[in-house]
Design a protein around this ligand. Structure first.
Ligand SMILES: NC(=O)C1=CN([C@@H]2O[C@H](COP(=O)(O)OP(=O)(O)OC[C@H]3O[C@@H](n4cnc5c(N)ncnc54)[C@H](OP(=O)(O)O)[C@@H]3O)[C@@H](O)[C@H]2O)[C@@H](O)CC1
Ligand SMILES: Nc1ncnc2c1ncn2[C@@H]1O[C@H](COP(=O)(O)OP(=O)(O)O)[C@@H](O)[C@H]1O
Ligand SMILES: [K+]
Length: 475
């Protein structure tokens, strides 16, 4: 059975996978049964994907290799001409049992290619780069095959952080056993997986604190909504000639909120008035002006950072935004304001706050942190009490309570100047609509990714907000 894409799919580390496996084994399921289920699910996935006439299965020394022997036996039973290649005998008991049930020949890594190449060398137990002859054989046989399939993980991909411990071929299909691992969602490993099928091997309920990021439900206004019940967003903009980023945020927010006000310094009012229609414009020169605007407009979300600058006004507005307790998205220049001092930011957090740094901004704010992108985003969220959106091709969203979502619904066309400002506006618009900060961040990242998928080649940040109505209508 495979999980449908409508369910949030748990993402487990290698240690968590081993613990889940140990629990079901302790409860009476033999390890060999799990291996048989993994093998049967793989063969079903292969036959649905591209039925082969011949196959070569590369089996490693551990349980991933054991899965490979099961796949070899079941493919042969389905009428495929199967050969197994290995560098040595299996080393675990279930893998030995699986190998014993394979009654065909076992070759070495100089095996001839086949239509299908199955990589059962290493899975979650990989601890170092593959020996050179194994890596070369895998590259040769996967490269020569019409279809290449990885069992659990492409061999050479580090399960917990998606790093590649050497050259790893790009597979057509990866069958993940029991649950997704970070390597299925984090680059660069994710791009080596091809299509990913999650096979249920009967591990029972799994920890769901980390999952993939799902398509959000459509935020529909109530029938009797008016613009202020839909929520008002205030975006704080910078000085003359620096207003583009804040305008991008404001325009994006307006597709989700009922009203948006852009607050700019006096000198930038004329520039912005000439560039804006539906967003409202107010002069906001200092913290007092911001406090007055907040008390008059009663916004349900603020955006501070995009194009805000790094001078005294910017600092006062960032501090004033945090002090207000209004749900807040901090981006861009806000990270310079707190550079190297996340503790000061943590003390200033009063209400729901979403931080949207890319890797460079993350390092500026939090310094060098150990761990993979999931660990670092989680630590940063716990440290600051804010939701952290660590932006990249594989954006990670972390809540202070430890929940994490990994977003893969995106496209590289999003790597364009101003794209992050659009994201900040989308998240603010969703906050204004009443979502909590983690939900707003997750939904915003998904929607923003959808703009990249829809916009495709040549997408610019200016063009993104206009794609939002179609993206919303398709939810
Ligand atoms: N969890 C579940 O629910 C289920 C899990 N299942 C399967 O189990 C897999 C995990 O199995 P696993 O723990 O035996 O690890 P695996 O990846 O086969 O390799 C470990 C062996 O390789 C060795 N080794 C490592 N790196 C190496 C290198 N570079 N070069 C050479 N050797 C290297 C290592 O030896 P050592 O590091 O001690 O020298 C050890 O002997 C998992 O991915 C999935 O396929 C399914 O059967 C059913 C349900
Ligand atoms: N290769 C990529 N694939 C998918 N999304 C990407 C890729 N590169 C960047 N993005 C997304 O584009 C946005 C870029 O934001 P950011 O770096 O802040 O740009 P800017 O500062 O120009 O607005 C982020 O949301 C990021 O996740
Ligand atoms: K593998």
């Amino acid at each position: 059975m495979t999980l449908t894409s409508c369910d949030p799919r748990p993402v487990l580390t290698a240690a968590e996978m081993r613990a889940a496996e140990a629990r079901v084994i302790a409860a009476g399921t033999p390890a060999l049964d799990l291996m048989e289920r993994a093998g049967a699910a793989t063969v079903a996935a292969i036959l649905a994907f591209d039925p082969p006439s011949s196959a070569v299965v590369l089996c490693g020394p551990g349980n991933n290799g054991g899965d490979g022997y099961v796949v070899a036996r079941l493919l042969a039973a389905a009428g495929v001409a199967v050969r197994v290649a290995t560098s040595g005998p299996p080393r675990s008991d279930p893998a030995r049992a699986a190998a014993a049930a394979w009654d065909g020949a076992v070759e070495y890594f100089d095996a001839e290619p086949a239509t299908l190449c199955v990589d059962a060398l290493y899975g979650t137990g990989l601890t170092r780069a593959l020996p050179a002859p194994e890596a070369a054989a895998l590259a040769r046989l996967a490269g020569a095959a019409r279809t290449s399939v990885a069992l659990d993980l492409p061999s050479g991909a580090a399960s917990d952080d998606g790093a590649l411990l050497g050259e790893v071929p790009a597979f057509d299909l990866t069958v993940a056993f029991g649950a997704l691992k970070p390597a299925h969602l984090l680059e660069p490993a994710r791009s080596r997986c091809g299509r990913i099928v999650v096979a249920d091997v009967g591990l029972g309920p799994l920890d769901t604190s980390c999952t993939d990021n799902l398509r959000p439900p459509l935020p529909t206004p109530a029938a009797d909504a008016h613009k202020y019940t839909r929520g008002h967003v205030i975006v704080l903009g910078g000085g003359v000639g620096r207003g583009g980023a804040a305008r991008l945020s404001a325009q994006a927010a307006l597709h989700l909120a009922g009203a948006v006000t852009l607050g700019v310094p006096g000198a930038a009012v004329i520039e912005n008035a000439a560039r804006l229609d539906s967003p409202m414009l107010r002069r906001v020169d200092d913290a007092e002006a911001l406090a007055a605007l907040i008390s008059a407009a009663r916004p349900r979300a603020l955006v501070a950072g995009p194009g805000l600058g790094t001078h005294a006004r910017a600092a006062a507005l960032i501090d004033g935004s945090l002090a207000s307790g209004v749900p807040l998205v901090l981006d861009g220049d806000a990270f310079t304001h707190f550079a190297g001092d996340p503790g000061r930011l943590a003390k200033a957090v009063r209400g729901p706050v979403v931080l949207t740094p890319h890797e460079g901004e993350f390092a500026r704010l939090f310094g060098d942190r150990p761990g993979n992108r999931i660990d670092r985003a989680r630590t940063a969220a716990a440290l600051t009490g804010a939701v952290v959106v660590l932006k990249a091709a594989d954006t990670v969203i972390a809540a202070p309570d430890g929940r994490v979502r990994i977003n893969t619904h995106a496209a590289p066309w999003l790597a364009t100047a101003g794209s992050g400002d659009v994201l900040a506006g989308i998240i603010a618009g969703l906050l204004a609509g009443g979502r909590d900060s983690f939900d707003a961040a997750c939904a915003g990242v998904w929607l923003h990714g959808d703009l990249g998928v829809r916009g495709g080649p040549g997408l610019t940040a200016d063009a993104m907000h206009a794609l939002l109505p179609a993206a919303l209508a398709a939810l």
